[in-house]
Design a protein around this ligand. Structure first.
Ligand code: MG
Length: 254
């Protein structure tokens, strides 16, 4: 069963999404050459406390940190540490919060200083693939229309989509039905309905789609150690099309 949100639920999820967008914007501005991923987590914790929200990831199935910071070949679930970011690195920040029992989740990949042009293309393609997926998040479309749009765009651009990790429904818990793969054929599986809220999150690798898990039991890395990028938004399916609840543009309009 894919949960449908009431109008009241959606109002609260919107607030939750806006808080994610606001915190993410501040984290983006803070990230620079020489900073450690632990310092980024520290600021995230401070901002979450200011907003009176809690970190959705901390303690989730035993995850040890408040945000995920995945560097270069790390795909997702990187754990903040004393590692300092160097010029040419890329960093994915994944941020999930719980606002009064309503969850929102988003991720961005950032260039640290100057990066090479192929890595920059990986970031741009992943960001655009998320938009391709979001465009399909429409009432009466099939769930797999999202998956297919993402896979098609990524592979046509010469990169690969991760198979082991997928997007998810979100709302009163961090992970709800359905699973949203970033691959698959269009017009399959359940239909999307207004009131569904989805965390759509393409994870895109420069080389092979295959992944390994590091000894910490959490962090996924590419098998060929080539870089990987990740973008995510929490999106409500509405009668008027997709409503991106964690959209950073919101900050400029308000
Ligand atoms: Mg997610």
């Amino acid at each position: 069963m894919i949960p449908l949100k009431s109008k009241e639920d959606l109002e609260r999820l919107k607030i939750s999404g806006r808080i994610v967008a606001k915190i993410m914007q501040k984290l983006r501005n803070y990230v620079k050459v020489g900073i450690s991923t632990k310092e980024i987590e520290g600021l995230a914790e401070e901002l979450m406390a200011q907003e009176k929200v809690s970190a959705a990831f901390k303690g989730y199935k035993g995850f040890p940190a408040s945000i995920c910071t995945s560097v270069n070949e790390e795909i997702v679930h990187g754990i903040p540490s004393d590692r300092r970011l160097k010029e040419g690195d890329i960093l994915s920040i994944d941020l999930g919060i719980n606002y009064q029992g309503y969850f929102a989740d988003a991720a961005v990949t950032l260039a640290i200083g100057r990066i090479n042009s192929k890595v920059n293309k990986l970031i741009e393609v992943t960001k655009a693939a998320l938009q391709e997926g979001i465009r399909e998040a429409r009432d009466d479309n099939y769930l797999s229309d999202i998956s297919c749009a993402i896979q098609h765009y990524v592979e046509a651009s010469g990169f690969s989509v991760v198979r082991q990790f997928v997007g998810h429904g979100i709302g009163r818990s961090l992970h709800e039905e359905p699973e949203i793969p970033n691959f698959g054929m269009a017009h399959h599986g359940p239909k999307l309905k207004a009131g569904m809220v989805l965390a759509i999150e393409p994870m895109v690798n420069m080389g092979t789609w295959e992944a390994d898990i590091l000894e910490n039991g959490w962090t996924a890395v590419t098998k060929d150690k080539l870089p990987s990028a990740h973008f995510e938004h929490t999106v409500a399916v509405t009668k008027n099309g997709p409503d991106i609840l964690t959209h950073l543009e919101w900050l400029k309009k308000n």
